[in-house]
Design a protein. Structure first.
Lengths: 265, 506
């Protein structure tokens, strides 16, 4: 079905969900027909949606996409009108994943580029080992809070956590929960994690990470992403600056360099 | 460090003063800084010598000899020199001791305790010089049975119901193991890929990505997706004959990887897709794989990402419970399984793990082959086995124990000039193999190295044919898991029992 240049695929025709293979096959067919905007309705847990897709493409999803949404993604924009599960944006190279809800665990694992914006809370191990390279710079922005192991092994890019809570009536308040779990930034050796919080983060830090104050330079760096995030999810920008931002940075570029010796024995 | 705690040099550089022409060639060839010229004569710093033999070979007068320095320590059978040296090194500097190449402990080789069968009288042998003996194999997943169905349009027509998985042909059951650009030099990698293309056999990319210059060899390369996901993008996934999820490596089971920033020059940066000078740390596990179910998910994801065009496999280090893990991997959808034994090589690994973790590949092949057969899964997948396949005898025995393909790396390096000095992790390889320094890399002539690898594997394949002929077998596929053609002569009957091999004389 095509409306306003958007081609629709029902992921569960007659209430019977398609297998992920069939669903992806249909998406590939539409791309072969040169469609640039695809709407997926009734998605119910199918994994690997949009795996390794390239180019200028927009995919909108109604329903709940399964694990590894957009794995190896290389350019397209994916918008989810709801939540997403684990490993969205796994090893992503480029593109955007916009989630109008919550995210699962291990979001953006090893991403090298692209943007992942998640409106509400996410789970454990988010942003592990994201890395930057040349003009590739992965950015993950979380509107709510995160659990343990945020940004572990981080090798570049930017993670921003805003600590907001979105009430069912549309009101946005400060999230009463702690902004992140333990083992924050363990083994980080490049990149930054920005947390909007007044909490003392020292106890949560993992090995190799340190807390730093926000500088005007860093603020300038993150501002475009925050503005875009607020615009996307209709958050008043001013409210974000009512609380301080803290910056998590690597202590050194060689967190474990001194552990090894090469003496000839 | 006080003198009383310094470690006695392992080697001694002897220079025949009468023959030395003082050309100083040795001083430029020694990349470890052990040789210098003091204006009068060549002097040697024995503590820096690694016995790589570069000076010995390059000296025009044949004036250099490296000998073992035996004189220092009082002998002790239990506190060996190595154990004492390790204690001195660690009590001096602290830290985890690094090592490279494969486990160098003198542990009895099980391959060496196996003998091959040959035909006499009752079953005729085949002359490989006059009759065809096939060494080709098909790589990838195969259906264990083939189903047919009636065509929906034309009920009189019968068509295939079974869906076939991608398979490809290789001409020898040999694969060059995974060595990343970073652990080895550009020239070494180029020589390996060229040789493998020429021979139509497989080579592993290692976990450091694939440089665009090597894309043209993609149809002979298995690329690796490891926990660091270095260099993994669509080009990488699409320029491979197969893709392997690297869970473990024989030399360092359970360990991650660590390429220090100083080795990440622009070439490595381009290949791994990380900034120049930045450390490349591979996390210990894949953080999206904490269970067999997760692994099955990553296998499925890679199949989806490559549109089911290439085999997707998994590499694990040979460990105590390899057999049940292998079953999980095959049931999880892998098209091939790579087992890497405890003697497997490495560019850098903690000595403690290299020397003490994992199990011998012989036992792992037998255990995995046996278990897969019990579960009716063996014929579905290609089993690759490595972890010290030193020469064709090991290759033949590995196949008879149950492997489809034998994988090796060290013999390839030795063929190119490596002297097994085990200093690869220092990046100073004087032979231009395990180094990124331009002046050293240049020493490795790609054409010469390529031809030596081709010669080596041609010879191995001929030897394989000789053995197959002597056994009266006309295709290597019929040797696979054919353990009745092996006999054990070692000291431990339990080993023979696990291998499913009879004792010689039985
Ligand atoms: S290379 Fe041989 S001849 Fe030349 S200086 Fe060294 S030891 Fe003497
Ligand atoms: S590759 Fe080079 S450094 Fe490594 S063992 Fe061989 S000769 Fe030594």
């Amino acid at each position: 079905m095509i409306e306003n240049n958007i081609v629709k695929i029902n992921a569960a025709p007659n209430n019977r969900p398609l297998s992920y293979k069939k669903l992806n096959k249909q998406i590939h067919n539409m791309i072969n027909f040169k469609h640039k905007k695809i709407l997926l309705d009734d998605v119910c847990g199918q994994r690997f949606i949009a795996a390794s897709l390239q180019g200028n493409l927009e995919i909108e999803i109604n329903g709940l996409p399964g694990n590894d949404l957009g794995i190896f993604l290389d350019g397209p924009k994916i918008v989810i009108n709801g939540n997403c599960e684990d490993q969205a944006g796994n090893t992503m190279n480029d593109g955007e994943i916009i989630v109008h809800g919550e995210g699962g665990d291990v979001i953006g694992l090893s991403a090298r580029g692209g943007k992942i914006y998640i409106k509400k809370d996410v789970g454990y191990r988010v942003g592990i080992h994201i890395k930057e390279y040349e003009n590739k710079f992965p950015v993950i922005v979380i509107g709510g809070t995160t659990k343990d192991f945020l940004g572990e092994y981080m090798a570049g890019g930017l993670i921003i956590v805003l600590g907001l809570k979105f009430l069912p009536d549309g009101k946005i308040i400060e999230n009463p929960h702690t902004i992140c779990g333990d083992e924050l930034g363990t083994g980080i050796h490049r990149g930054k994690i920005i947390l909007r919080t007044e909490e003392d983060l020292e106890d949560k830090l993992g090995i190799g990470a340190k807390v730093d104050k926000m500088t005007s330079e860093t603020e300038k760096e993150i501002r475009p992403y925050i503005e875009e995030f607020c615009q996307t999810f209709e958050i008043p920008l001013e409210m974000l600056f009512e609380k301080p931002f803290k910056v998590i940075k690597p202590i050194s570029k060689r967190p474990f360099g001194g552990n090894y010796i090469g003496t000839i024995i | 460090m006080s003198i009383s705690h310094s470690i006695a040099p392992y080697y001694k550089v002897m220079i025949e003063r009468d023959s030395c022409k003082k050309c100083k060639r040795c001083t430029t060839h020694c990349s470890y800084g052990a040789l210098s010229y003091n204006g009068e004569r060549i002097i040697a710093d024995n503590s820096k010598c690694v016995a790589c033999q570069r000076c010995v070979i390059m000296c025009p007068a044949g004036a250099i000899h490296i000998i073992k320095n035996e004189s220092f320590l009082p002998p002790h059978g239990n506190y060996t020199r190595r154990i004492r040296n390790a204690i001195w090194a660690q009590s001096g500097n602290g830290g985890v001791l690094l090592s490279a190449a494969g486990n160098d402990r003198e542990i009895r080789s099980i391959f060496d305790d196996l003998l091959l069968d040959a035909c006499q009288v009752t079953n005729p042998s085949i002359d490989p010089l006059r009759e065809t003996i096939e060494t080709k194999i098909f790589f990838g997943r195969k259906p264990s049975k083939i189903d047919f169905k009636r065509d929906t349009m034309n009920p009189n027509k019968i068509c295939l119901k079974t869906e076939f998985m991608p398979n490809f042909e290789v001409d020898m059951p040999i694969m060059v193991g995974h060595m990343s650009l970073g652990s080895i030099s550009y020239n070494a990698a180029m020589a390996i890929y060229q040789a493998c293309k020429e021979l139509n056999i497989l080579a592993g990319s290692g976990e450091g990505g694939l440089h665009p210059d090597f894309y043209e060899f993609g149809s002979n390369i298995i690329t690796e997706v490891a926990s660091g996901r270095f260099g993994v993008d669509i080009n990488y996934l699409h320029n491979a004959a197969g893709i392997e999820i690297k869970i473990g490596q024989g030399a360092k089971p359970g360990h991650g990887g660590h390429l220090p920033g100083e080795k990440v020059n622009s070439l490595i940066s381009q290949t791994r897709m990380i900034p120049k000078g930045s450390d490349a740390l591979s996390p210990y596990p894949h953080h999206d794989v904490y269970s067999i179910e997760d692994l099955a998910q990553l296998i499925a994801a890679l199949k989806e990402a490559t549109r089911y065009k290439v085999p997707i496999g998994v590499k694990i280090a040979a460990v105590h419970n390899s057999a049940p893990i292998a079953v999980g991997i095959v049931r999880g959808g892998a098209d091939f399984l790579t087992l890497d034994g405890f003697r497997g090589g490495t560019g850098a690994a903690p000595r403690i793990i290299r020397d003490h973790a994992g199990i011998p590949i012989e036992l792992a092949i037998a255990a995995v082959d046996e278990r897969l057969r019990k579960e009716n899964l063996r014929d579905e997948i290609t089993l690759v086995a490595g972890g010290s396949i030193r020469y064709s005898a090991d290759l033949i025995k590995a196949i008879a124990l149950g492997a489809d393909v034998a994988m090796c790396s060290m013999p390839v390096l030795i063929a190119m000039g490596c002297r097994v000095c085990q200093q690869c992790f220092r990046g100073l390889c004087s032979w231009g193999i395990a180094t990124q320094q331009e002046y050293l890399v240049k020493r490795l002539d790609v054409d010469v190295a390529r031809n030596r690898i081709i010669n080596l594997f041609h010879s191995w394949n001929e030897e394989l044919k000789e053995v197959l002929g002597a056994m009266g077998i006309d295709s290597v596929e019929s040797l696979r898991s054919n353990r009745d053609r092996l006999r054990y002569i070692g000291p431990n009957p339990k080993i023979a029992e696990i291998l499913g091999v009879k004792h010689a004389g039985e």
